[in-house]
Design a protein around this ligand. Structure first.
Ligand SMILES: *Cc1c(COP(=O)(O)O)cnc(C)c1O
Length: 374
């Protein structure tokens, strides 16, 4: 039987909650979204949360709300999903990559300063696989150069580092509820911020730049609305929010199950020749989003095909962004530009990882991994 790469955790309660929305008259952004946003902000310890249609949309709107656009540079990591850098391009700005740490794959905070120019407006760190970047160091640097911080927290709703929660030191933090993320509505995203004006701008920007939401127009009497800004159509709807509310309540339980599965994998994979796991640094609460192993580059692709032939779902997170065709051709990037990210990109393989995996399956996957590697 196939061992899936990912299985979501939608249960009957979640389905019931969606049904309730479907039987109501109001499907789009309304009370259920408001309820989710409130719970999400509370979980994060943030003042505001704004529900949108994806993390890509969240990143795009955050950049716009923080006045980042044409002529500006945003420092980010090449070791991420292409959405991170694409959002910078959507905003009309230019992503400037900085290489990552060998031990964690996270943006190397010690290399950021050398990449700052007169045009740099923001830093966009990604908390890779669920491990937070060194936000204290990055915040200090951002303060010194008057830069904004937007966190790509698509992997790391649950993480903290040295007492700092995800999003706490940022101007905005962006989350994904895409199909394979820790909690999911198929597609979906959110932004957290502690700034009232930024939150207010984001609420308008997610709905064309209109100063009244659909719920206002529906629950209250019709009144004329205006459009002070040019926005996008990125608003989360009640159906998505209904799917998320129950998962948010279970988020710590789900996290605990993944943490157990992580330990199980560590145990099963340790001591295999030529295999290295990334490190969880002291002081980090790792959100345990993706379980990756690093193998010799010359063996990686054969391992990918071999495991898939044996009905085990695997993936690569990630081949570095700067080497994707569009980035190479448009910006002239080539191999050697960010050697640490490139090395991880050639070695990394992601194994099946989600709360409902059991120990026997993890041992089985690890055994197949071992056999196909050698
Ligand atoms: C999934 C992901 C995104 C994009 O999320 P969407 O909700 O699909 O737009 C962005 N950044 C990272 C690091 C991701 O893993």
């Amino acid at each position: 039987m196939k061992i899936e790469f990912f299985r979501h955790n939608i249960g009957q309660d979640d389905i019931d909650r969606v049904n309730e929305v479907l039987r109501s008259i109001f499907l789009t952004t309304g009370q259920v979204v408001g309820e989710f946003e409130e719970g999400f902000a509370e979980y994060l310890g943030a003042r505001h949360a704004i529900g949108v249609t994806s993390c890509t949309a969240a990143l795009h709107l955050s950049l716009i709300a923080l006045n980042i656009g044409p002529g500006d540079e945003v420092i980010t990591t090449p070791m991420s999903f292409c959405a991170t850098a694409n959002a910078v391009l959507h905003a009309g700005a230019r992503p400037v990559f900085v290489d990552v740490e060998e031990e964690t794959g996270n943006l190397n905070a010690d290399l950021i300063e050398a990449a700052i120019t007169d045009r740099t407006k923001a830093i966009l760190p990604v908390h890779l696989y669920g491990q937070m970047c060194d936000m204290k160091k990055i915040r200090a640097l951002a303060d010194r150069y008057r830069l904004k911080i937007i966190e790509d927290a698509a992997h790391s709703i649950e993480s903290s580092r040295d007492g700092v929660k995800v999003g706490e030191l940022a101007d905005a933090a962006c989350f994904s509820f895409y199909a394979t993320k820790n909690i999911t509505s198929g597609e979906g995203g959110a932004i957290s911020t502690n700034s009232e004006p930024v939150a207010e701008t984001l609420r308008m920007l997610r709905q064309h730049g209109i100063n009244k939401g659909a719920a206002d127009r529906y629950t209250k009497r019709y009144e004329h609305w205006d459009m002070p800004l040019l926005g996008w159509k990125y608003n989360m709807d009640n159906i998505q929010a209904a799917l998320l509310i129950g998962q948010l309540r279970r988020i710590e339980d789900l996290m605990q199950q993944r943490d157990q599965n992580w330990s199980c994998y560590e145990d099963a994979l340790q001591g295999i020749a030529d295999v290295r796991l990334l490190k969880t640094l002291p002081g980090v609460r790792h959100a345990r989003h993706l379980l990756t192993a690093l193998v010799p580059p010359e063996k990686r692709d054969a391992l990918l095909w071999g495991m898939q032939n044996r009905q085990v779902g695997v993936a690569v997170n990630y081949r570095p962004i700067h080497l994707l065709k569009y980035y190479r051709e448009t910006y002239g990037y080539c191999e050697g530009a960010y050697p640490v990210a490139e090395d991880i990109g050639l070695r990394t393989i992601s194994l099946p990882f989600y709360p409902s995996l059991d120990e026997a399956t993890i041992r089985n996957v690890s055994q197949i991994f071992k056999e196909e590697l050698h």
